[in-house]
Design a protein around this ligand. Structure first.
Ligand SMILES: [Zn+2]
Ligand SMILES: [Zn+2]
Length: 318
């Protein structure tokens, strides 16, 4: 751990709120570099980066200014915005860059999610956690995976229609199948993601000394369940559909597609569950610096699986 700066800032120059990065406790005016609520030991230079704050237009240092206007370029500013800009300055992920670079930043976020150990070690507790953008990240990933699955299936049907005589039948059949799959994937993925977030929030409530800011939980949820599960579902559906398609095309025995139909989902489910659990563990351990990170991760995955099964069973019953 980095050396802790012992001296608190000169509070008369601090014109913005200062909260504990982990639990949100108000730290304004305090002297000790330890949060009284969650025991997080921190560095005053990181918690209150006064000397690093600069004008967004001309880069003029804003330390010791009393007015909210840059003396160099005359641009008005808000202290909270300046602090937020400083915290997310060199980060390229979706939640900070979706306005300027939606595609590139989505790709950066997805790559980060695949390798959670690197992402969560580098992520800072001070990183802003815009909940709306994080939910948008999960929704766009879900929509994208369903859209890609549909396109892939329609393409397969088009090839099938082209090589067979009954093209109008296959075209009608394809529209019916694809719209059914879109409908089912949407509500199933939506239910699973919602249930996972609810489980993580519930778990947060049960922690004794672990008051956590909601934004942290939403961020861990987005980068584990939200970015990984839709892609695993997409891959699984594509493999199954392609296998069935090849089986029909080459008149392979039924054993071919039925074996795959059982083996592929089970294998992918296992890999996906381990990947998500590992991601949650890294999030709670390396990012939030919480004890028992593996316990939280396994409990989250188990609770999500059980709750999702319950939602699906209830759906079948009613
Ligand atoms: Zn705290
Ligand atoms: Zn300026």
């Amino acid at each position: 751990m980095a050396e802790i700066a012992a001296s608190p800032p000169d509070w008369s120059h601090v014109h913005f709120d200062v909260h504990c990065a982990r639990c949100g406790e108000d730290l304004f005016g305090r002297a000790e570099a330890v949060c009284p609520t969650c025991d997080l030991a921190f560095d005053w230079d990181e918690a209150v980066p006064l000397e690093a704050l600069r004008c967004g237009t001309c880069d003029y240092p804003l330390y010791r200014l009393t007015q909210e206007r840059c003396p160099e370029c005359g641009e008005a500013f808000a202290w909270d915005d300046v602090v937020t800009n400083y915290r997310q300055r060199d980060k390229r992920v979706f939640e900070y860059r979706w306005r300027e670079q939606p595609v590139r930043s989505w790709w950066a976020s997805w790559r980060a999610a695949v390798r959670p150990e690197t992402f969560w070690t580098r992520a800072k507790l001070y990183d802003p956690t815009p909940v709306g953008a994080l939910v948008g990240l999960v929704i766009s990933t879900t929509v994208l995976s369903i859209a890609l699955t549909s396109c892939f299936m329609l393409l397969c049907y088009c090839v099938f229609a082209a090589v067979s005589d009954a093209w109008s039948f296959y075209l009608r059949f394809s529209v019916a199948t694809v719209s059914r799959i879109v409908f089912e994937s949407t509500w199933r993925l939506g239910a699973l993601e919602t249930v996972a977030l609810a489980s993580m929030m519930l778990y947060r409530q049960s922690m004794q000394r672990g008051r956590l800011r909601n934004g942290h939980i939403v961020r861990i949820w987005a980068y584990s369940v939200g970015l990984l599960v839709p892609v695993y579902v997409f891959v699984g559906q594509m493999v199954l559909f392609a296998a069935g398609f090849v089986g029909r095309q080459f008149a392979l025995p039924n054993l071919w597609s039925s074996t795959l139909a059982q083996a592929v989902p089970v294998a992918l489910f296992g890999v996906c569950a381990v990947h998500v659990a590992w991601s949650v563990r890294c999030g709670f351990g390396d990012y939030l610096k919480m004890p028992h990170a593996w316990g939280v991760a396994i409990a989250t995955v188990v609770m999500t699986c059980l709750a999702t099964v319950m939602v699906f069973v209830l759906h079948v019953w009613f």
